[in-house]
Design a protein around this ligand. Structure first.
Ligand code: CA
Length: 754
């Protein structure tokens, strides 16, 4: 009878529990008490509101069909701000609905699948959690947003956007046996935009580390959306074995899915849309026993290690942290469409001399503009067996055996992919059934997947009258994207104008008439503008004089915040005149601070006259950590006269190869008497150290110091052509770390003349 009674009672109490088991908690003490008392099937509900400085430890033992759940009154209604984080430990736990923003983790992780190294979470799930710009204010301080430990955990339908400080966005750790062969599933997450970090440590997802890379992780990463995850060279860095990376979409994402370490990974059904954006890449293959099939790559511009498809050379008997040889890899039915580079035996050098072996490359479709061969072959590729691949009409391909070269007509399918129209060609490249994972199918429905980045000229237009500090007040009152138009007259500025949002300051004259002769800005502080975190500045058609600046060394026109800036800024200068930057010594146009980073600096159709410092000092990251101050610097149609410092001091030290930049371009400009000041340490007019892409063309250098370029790592691309050097020594290019002859292209330059 007792047994029977139990049988009867249990379901009823179970039933009662499931309706009563929602336990509302409204502060941290109530939460901790509820966690301590939690039983399988309990649902802990955090009351909506802002929970500040809450380090959640969610520890418990649920059951497979009765997990312990932590959720929120309404989805997105609980904001974890300040110094908060989440640690899970135990079994069968579920967390959902939290939003982390307006703060950063005090530890090294925001979400950790462990309480400490002895208490891991297993069989647990984190779903519908948002982490939005939850960054340490110090750009160089490293932390991680999500760290998976334990086994059989799932991380799905989460929304991670705006990681801006150093450190991988998400990682799977294999550091103890309890976290190996883990069978984790990472699916349907929205990995939103991650800005360019300007150093190593900006990966979006890493699985393993080199130390445990020969161990099986057995993690599945599927149906995720990687939206402009541009931190660095590696979007996903696989450093373990036995993983499946399937059906993820990579949208305009710089870098590649990299099989950096570890063997036996399956890479299938992934879709890459580069849309022609710089440095968008596809898949990079290193190590053994991988299968790479049915992946679609379109519009990818990346080159070298960042190409649309890259097979690397290895190091013979490689140490675990270098490059293992490509061996027994199957590459089949991939489509590489309208992309720029496929690189085979890439990285071949004295150390990386082990060529790919026992591998097969079959039924792939390579379709580009007719006649363009996108293969680069760096070494012997006879270890790759090419069979039945289709190539769109290349006259003399570098790899010819195993390719049919014929006309390929492509048409965009309903699922958004370019597929061959001819029935005979259907077996090449991806299956017509491949459907890319859509952005809307990832993350959460209740949190917007907003655009990020600087948006100039999107706000109101506001007229500004001449006078004392009228400009200061107007900038202070402006909203992001506003355009301030200046009438003729003198604008005197008695305090530093803080730029805390994107703002445009321009002459009221039509675009092509500027600079208006009637506008002049003078200022009496050590700088006119200071770009602070979140700021960006566009100047058009202005005249600026430094004549009222203080009689002290080191003035500037624009400078960045003295403190670390998480948000990358832009500085655009068009049709402006700067003069009399010669009050005392070392008066520069732009000076920057440590831990600040420009996505873009543009100087166009402008003039600079009588400057005692440099035009741009981008050399504050001097510790040789591979960090630098600006991604793109572009100067065109401008003149520089009597500048004692350099036009640019641009420094990217160290030998790390994780970044695409910096980039420097100078064209159709004139330099006259630039770089000769005794305080100019480099004694160069243009000093580029470690810049990855340099283009200097159609520019006249007279009575100036030479261009000095130091190549450090990464086979930099340097072109100096069609310039004229009058009373100026020819450019010097030095290889600091490579045994190869330098690769700079210096040609068609004129020497002498008028
Ligand atoms: Ca890296």
């Amino acid at each position: 009878m007792l047994v029977l009674a139990l049988v009867v009672v249990l379901p009823i109490s179970g039933c009662a529990e499931s309706s009563d088991s929602r336990i509302f908690v409204s502060d941290q003490q109530e939460f901790d008490a509820a966690v301590d008392a939690a039983k399988p099937g309990d649902v802990l509900v955090m009351k909506d509101g802002i929970w500040r400085d809450f380090e959640i430890v969610f520890e418990g033992e649920g059951l497979p069909d009765a997990p312990i759940t932590l959720t929120t009154e309404t989805k997105g209604g609980v904001i974890l701000s300040g110094q908060s984080n989440l640690r899970l430990a135990g079994n069968h736990l579920v967390v959902s609905g939290l939003v982390f923003r307006d703060g950063y983790t005090p530890t090294s992780e925001v979400v950790a699948f462990r309480k400490d190294k002895d208490h891991l979470a297993n069989n647990s799930r984190v779903t519908e959690v948002v982490i939005d710009n939850y960054n340490n204010q110090e750009r160089r301080e490293s932390d991680f947003w999500v760290m998976m430990y334990g086994k059989n955990n799932r991380f799905d339908h989460n929304h991670l956007v705006g990681k801006r400080n150093r450190g991988v966005t998400m990682a799977v750790r294999l550091n103890t046996e309890a976290s190996q062969e883990n069978n984790h599933r990472i699916d349907h997450n929205y990995f939103g935009p991650r800005s360019i970090l300007g150093s190593n440590g900006g990966e979006t997802l890493r699985i393993g580390t080199s130390h445990y890379s020969l161990t099986n992780s057995n993690t599945t990463v599927e149906n995720n959306y990687f939206d402009r995850t541009n931190g660095e060279l590696e979007i996903i860095s696989i450093k373990s074995a036995g993983n499946i990376i399937r059906a993820n979409t990579f949208f305009e994402a710089r870098g590649t899915l990299t099989m950096r370490h570890g063997n036996g990974n399956l890479i299938e059904d992934n879709v890459f849309f580069g849309n022609g954006k710089d440095h968008t890449g596809g898949i990079r293959v290193i190590n053994a026993d991988h299968t790479i099939r049915n992946n679609y790559m379109e519009g990818l511009t990346g080159y070298r290690f960042g190409g649309a498809f890259v097979v690397m050379n290895g190091v013979p008997n490689s140490p675990i942290n270098r490059y293992h040889q490509v061996h027994n890899v199957t590459i089949e039915n991939n489509s590489i469409v309208a992309s720029d580079h496929i690189q085979l035996a890439a990285g071949s050098d004295q150390e990386r001399s082990a060529v790919p072996e026992d591998s097969i490359f079959q039924r792939n479709l390579i379709a580009n503009d007719p006649g363009r061969d996108i293969f680069t072959v760096y070494d012997d590729v006879s270890g790759i067996d090419f069979q039945e691949n289709l190539l769109n009409n290349v006259a003399s391909p570098k790899v010819s055996k195993g390719f049919v070269s014929e006309n390929v007509q492509l048409e965009r399918s309903q699922s958004g992919l370019l597929l061959p129209t001819s029935q005979q060609q259907v077996g090449f490249g991806v299956s017509p059934d491949l459907i890319p994972t859509a952005k809307e199918a990832t993350g959460v429905s209740w949190y917007p997947k907003e655009e990020q980045g600087v948006q100039f000229d999107t706000g109101r237009t506001i007229e500004v009258e001449p006078g004392k500090d009228t400009l200061t007040r107007a900038v202070s009152a402006a909203a992001a994207g506003d355009v301030l138009t200046l009438k003729d007259g003198i604008y005197s500025v008695s305090r530093v104008i803080d730029i805390t949002k994107p703002v445009t300051i321009r002459s009221a004259s039509p675009v092509n008439e500027a600079p208006a002769s009637g506008i002049e800005i003078t200022y009496s502080r050590t700088t006119l503008f200071e770009i602070k975190n979140g700021g960006a500045l566009k100047l058009h058609g202005l005249k600026v004089s430094g004549r009222d600046a203080p009689d002290a060394a080191g003035n500037s026109v624009v400078r960045t915040s003295k403190y670390s800036m998480l948000r990358n800024y832009e500085l655009i200068v068009e049709r402006c005149e700067f003069k009399e930057l010669d009050i005392n010594h070392s008066f520069s146009f732009l000076t920057v601070s440590l831990s600040t980073f420009a996505d873009n600096i543009v100087i166009k159709d402008s003039s600079f006259t009588d400057v005692t410092g440099a035009i741009m000092k981008l050399d504050r990251e001097f510790e040789d950590f591979g960090i630098y101050n600006a991604e793109y610097v572009t100067i065109s149609g401008s003149s520089f006269n009597n500048v004692q410092g350099a036009l640019v001091d641009f420094y990217r030290g160290g030998t790390d190869e994780s970044t695409f930049g910096p980039h420097f371009s100078l064209s159709a400009s004139t330099l006259n008497n630039v770089g000769g000041g005794r305080r100019n340490k480099s004694q160069a007019s243009v000093y580029l150290h470690g810049v990855q892409v340099t283009d200097i063309s159609d520019t006249s250098f007279s009575n100036s110091k030479p261009i000095v370029i130091n190549h450090t790592v990464g086979e930099p691309q340097t072109r100096v052509q069609s310039n004229r050097f009058i009373g100026t020594e020819l450019p010097e290019v030095t290889e600091l770390n490579s045994e190869f002859e330098n690769t700079a292209v210096i040609r068609d330059n004129e020497v002498g003349g008028n």
